[in-house]
Design a protein around this ligand. Structure first.
Ligand SMILES: O=C(O)c1ccccc1NCC(=O)[C@H](O)[C@H](O)COP(=O)(O)O
Length: 208
């Protein structure tokens, strides 16, 4: 069964819709040096994390600069998992991973994924921009990501341009450990659409 993470939750109301839809994990985006409607401050993120019910995993999505600042943000937000974006080299991710108490997911492009295998607890293979940020709404070559799933030891999370319309095909093609979506389930920038959430989770699980 492919797990589902819904990223970029900005309000408690959207958290409720995400949980109601049956997602396995929620992401809150804090301390990212890019323009995005999904960025919130650490206090709001901590409030959303604390309101998340048991058995739903919470993920802090961040681009720490300097890298050592990740520990402070992680402590303030209190999420179960830290998802790192940016231009950290593999050894930098490994070092942060050792320092952080939570599990670590690192966001990588398909081309970079092999260099990052096993330096973190999972790889999020995404269509990143030039700064390493996600939320681009762009898909990439799923056949290539399918090869990565077969070749790499790390669990692979598929992200980038997923929507309720394409997620079933994406899961069938890639067979990832999990799928992740941000912009593809929004009704307006930074706000989730309950019907899109429900359809995304259902179709990611192979139901029509
Ligand atoms: O969502 C953002 O705007 C964002 C900005 C900076 C760093 C990471 C960001 N999102 C991380 C995610 O995990 C997204 O869900 C992932 O990149 C997929 O986004 P999308 O293509 O919009 O589904």
């Amino acid at each position: 069964m492919t797990r589902v993470k819904i990223c970029g939750v900005t309000t408690r109301e959207d958290l409720g819709a995400v949980v109601e839809a049956g997602a396995d994990a929620i992401g809150v985006t804090v301390d990212v040096p890019v323009e995005t409607p999904r960025a919130i401050d650490a206090e709001r993120a901590a409030d959303i994390v604390s309101a998340t019910p048991p058995f739903v995993t919470t993920v802090l999505v961040t681009m720490p600069d300097p890298p050592a600042s990740a520990a402070g943000v992680a402590e303030r937000v209190g999420a179960d998992v830290v998802q790192l974006h940016g231009d950290l080299p593999p050894e930098g991710v490994a070092s942060l991973s050792a320092d952080l108490e939570s599990d670590v997911v690192v966001a990588v492009s398909p081309d970079d994924a092999p260099r990052y295998d096993t330096v973190a607890d999972a790889l999020l293979v995404d269509s990143l921009d030039e700064s390493g940020a996600g939320g681009t709404g762009a898909t990439h070559d799923w056949e290539r990501t399918r090869e990565l799933v077969s070749e790499l030891a790390s669990p692979v999370v598929l992200a980038g341009g997923l929507t309720p319309e394409n997620v079933a095909k994406a899961v069938e093609t890639v067979d990832p450990f999990a799928v992740d979506v941000a912009s593809g389930v929004e009704g307006q920038p930074g706000r989730k659409d309950p019907a899109a959430l429900e359809a995304f989770v259902r179709r990611a699980g192979g139901r029509p």
